[in-house]
Design a protein around this ligand. Sequence first.
Ligand code: 5BU
Length: 260
Amino acid sequence: VSFSQQTYASRGEKHAHPVIKQLFATMERKKSNLSLAADVGTKAELLEIANKVGPYICVLKTHVDIISDFDRDLVDQLQALAAKHDFLIFEDRKFADIGNTVKLQYGGGIYRIADWAHITNCHVIPGEGIIHGLAEVGMPKGRGLLLLAEMSSKGMLATGTYTDKNVEMAVNNDFVVGFIGSRRFTEERDLITMTPGVGLHASDDALGQQYRTPEQIITENGSDIIIVGRGIYGPGKDPVAEAQRYREAGWNAYLNRINL
Ligand code: 5BU
């Protein structure tokens, strides 16, 4: 049976990676395959939205380098919220340098991403060394890595053999737990897919983002998690009401898939 037709709970029970085990268990407990993309500019705004929307999500996705007043206390408070509301933290860092450099970027600097992000991601444009460099830092801490097998934006260049190479590298490396992309990529092991560019209606923004619906992504394409940003906190929106709507839409799309 394809992984897409199994429940999150049963996949979690069998999974070899501790982060994905934890993730599937969280998803099942909260009946949520929703990740919030919290692209806000300050510490106060990030903590506020994480606290409000936290009950409805399985993963909080961050871009820490857009927070103007980032500090250590933000990390402590985010971790406390992750424990309080039962979600994981995914820093969408998109590493893209040689192994030795990404090792320094992942473990050090101001952000020390490996200390607090359960999951991060990278491009494989430099070759497999990037995965090995990140793994040296992340593996001992029990972290997981997603490869950017595809992107959601118009004209993106991660297609064809480049996407296939991502899948090949992922299957062969235990630090890799899955992909960013639009669909399920392989049955060789249970590598998850998280999908950005999700809205309740298919549409675009002015800078190349393309939105597809939870049904397209979860039911039809077999992805595991929808990532939603402005659909939840965009101008005039009530983030709690929208998070509830997306959670329900994502979960129903999953129920429809496993009942197919
Ligand atoms: P939006 O407001 O729902 O459009 O936000 C989407 C988020 O997902 C945003 O943080 C992007 O950086 C992120 N993203 C994306 O949109 N597309 C991609 O292919 C990848 C990440 Br990878």
